[in-house]
Each structure stands twice: as C-alpha cells, then as structure tokens.
Design a binder for this molecule. Structure first.
Ligand code: FPP
Ligand code: MG
Length: 335
C-alpha cells in the first residue's frame, strides 16, 4: 500500500440504520468489517483536522446512512481491501461536505431532524467545515496513491458543483423543463452514487468500472426523485424538515413539474411570495394531481433498470444480489 495508513478498525460498531441492515445481514463478514474500517477511517480523517474538528465530528455522527461507502464496498466485493475502504471514506467525506455546504446555501435549520452546522455555528464556520471535509476527502485518496481514483473523484466534485449551480440558475423558474431537472439531479446526486460504484469496482477490476456507472447514476437519480417527493408529501416528523422546503427555496422539482403539466393553473403561483402556510397548501395541490405517485413510479422504473443493467457487470452472484438489495433499499426508505 502507498502512503499513510487509514485508521485501523477499532471494533466500535456503529448501529446500522435502515435500509442497510438487510444488506449487511445478507453479506459475508467482509462487508460489516469493511464498514467498520470506513467508520474508523472517517473518524481518523476528520480528527486530523485541528480546530474545526468539533463541528466536523458532529457532522460525522449526525445519522448518515453510509449508503455510498456501502456501494463502494459492494461493487469492490470481498477482495476490495484497503483501496475500497479508502474510496468509501473519500466518497462519504465529499457527501458530508456537500451537505454542509448545501445547508449554508439553503440556510437550513435542520438536517435529519438535527440542527445543521450552519444553524449551530454560523455561515462562516459551516463553510470552513465543508471545505475541510472536502479537502480531507482528496487527502485520503491521494495518500492511497491511486491517481485514477483521484481523477474520478475530482471530476465528480466538479459535476456536483455544476448540478448545484444549475439549481441556483433554475431557481423560481416555474417553466423549468423536465430534462433540466433530470440533468441537474444526475449531476448533483446521481454522480456521487456513480463515483462510489466506479471507484469500488475499479479497485478489483479496472476494465469493468465503467459498467457500474449507469447503475450508480440510476439509483442516485431515483433517490433524489423520492427525496423530492418526500419534501412535498412529508410528514415533517419523518423528513426532519417542513413540507414544501424546496418550494420555499425556489427549487422546482419533478413533483411540481409533473403536477404543472397535469394542472396548468399551478403556473399562476408566485413562488417568491410563499410563506410556510402557502407552501403547505401548494404541496396539497401538487399531491391532489396524482403527481407524487407518478414520480414514485418513475423512480421505481429507474431502480428496475439499474438492477437489470447489473447482468453485464461481471459480478459474482452474492455481489449482484446485495447490489439489488441496496437498490431496493433506496425505494424502501421512502415507502
Ligand atoms: C442535497 O440535496 C445536496 C446535494 C445532493 C448536493 C449539494 C452540492 C453542493 C452544495 C455543491 C458541491 C459541493 C462540494 C463540496 C463538491 P438537496 O439539496 O436536493 O436536498 P436537501 O437540501 O433537502 O437535503
Ligand atoms: Mg438542499
């Protein structure tokens, strides 16, 4: 192995949140061991950060599902070893960084039902914590000495930022085209799922890495669509945020786009003057068109396509079954 070692497994087991439990139970010992190593690697990486570490550690323990590291490990399989653990740590750090920055941009009070770094520590500190997590992700990969992996993650980070920029550009645009929504979500969410799969697979089989990208992108896109449904459907006790938060931010999502195409009167809404009560009422109107079920069906279709595409990925049967389970888990989380 090149470079500095990651933290060794401490034996400290982190209780696995849904929907990952079924995947862990279905896998051999290599998967829980790999996840523990990712957890130790995350703690070690964040604790190297000096004075900003406190907020970063809060982010680390804020209830993330570790779906992306799990994808890395599953795509690598039992032979993934340290490179797969390292990639899992790096991908999760980029994910955490993007959420901390996203909460600054959204001025979000809560994430996963808990106060955000932005609300607890302010804009400046949250921006710096996001920067620290983001930079640490690259340090972890660079320490592993795999230039291809660094290239993949840096391209991914650029795509995430492009997706976020598209969202800013399209804010409050009630005529937003569905293709623009899909491209934005594919960049801001699908791309990191894709990178998790590509990085994982390339640790054991560089020639097949590309085949995994479609799987990752599709389940990431489905994940985002269902997240956007949840923003409209609630309930807040489950989502950890108020209904209609996206609309209040001016973020036009697929539930609105589909509803608008069914009920053109919805284009008469003035998003800029929405308050929380009006946002809830708009969510009700969107729900009444049947748009939420249509978006759920679209997401499930993507999950099916993703699973079917696995047949050409040269995976062994255990790996394939576990990847199918995790794809189903994306939907189960929202059922
Ligand atoms: C959460 O989704 C946010 C993202 C999927 C991506 C955010 C990306 C950035 C802030 C730019 C890139 C940052 C780095 C460090 C490369 P959401 O906003 O749809 O949902 P939520 O706010 O309700 O969680
Ligand atoms: Mg957001």
């Amino acid at each position: 192995m090149n470079g500095e070692r990651l933290g060794v497994p401490s034996g400290s087991s982190r209780s696995a949140p849904e929907p990952v439990t079924a995947v862990i139970e279905g896998a051999g010992a290599w998967l829980p061991l790999g996840l523990e190593q990712v957890e130790s690697g995350l703690t070690a990486a964040v604790n190297r950060g000096g004075p900003l570490s406190e907020d970063a550690v809060t982010t680390l323990t804020a209830g993330g599902k570790r779906m992306r590291p799990m994808l890395v490990l599953l795509c690598a399989g039992p032979g993934g070893g340290e490179p797969a653990v390292r990639a899992g740590v790096a991908v999760e750090l980029v994910h955490m960084a993007s959420l901390v920055h996203d909460d600054v941009l959204d001025r979000a009070p809560l994430r996963r039902g808990k106060p955000t770094v932005f609300s607890e520590s302010g804009r400046g500190r949250a921006t710096s914590v996001g920067d620290q997590l983001f930079a640490t992700a690259f340090r972890v990969l660079v320490d592993g000495g795999d230039q291809t992996a660094v290239t993949e993650l840096s391209r991914t980070a650029v795509d995430l930022a492009r997706g976020e920029l598209m969202q800013r550009r399209g804010a409050f645009d009630l005529a937003l085209a569905e293709e623009d929504y899909i491209e934005r979500c594919s960049l801001k969410t699908g791309r990191l799922f894709e990178a998790a799969c590509v990085l994982g697979r390339s640790t054991v089989s560089p020639d097949q890495a590309g085949v995994m990208s479609a799987f990752g992108n599709r389940i990431g896109l489905a994940f985002q669509m269902l997240d956007d449904v949840l923003d409209v459907a609630g309930p807040p006790e489950r989502t950890g945020k108020a209904r209609g938060t996206d609309l209040l931010d001016g973020t036009v999502t697929l539930p609105y786009i589909v509803a608008r195409d069914i009920e053109p009167d919805l284009t008469q809404v003035d998003l800029r003057s929405l308050d929380e009560t009006a946002a809830e009422a708009l969510c009700e109107r969107i729900g009444e068109t049947g748009a939420l079920d249509r978006v759920r069906e679209r997401a499930m279709g993507l999950i099916e396509e993703a699973k079917q595409g696995l047949s050409s990925a040269g995976l062994d049967s255990e790996q394939r079954e576990l990847l199918e389970l995790i794809a189903d888990g994306v939907v189960l989380r929202y059922s």
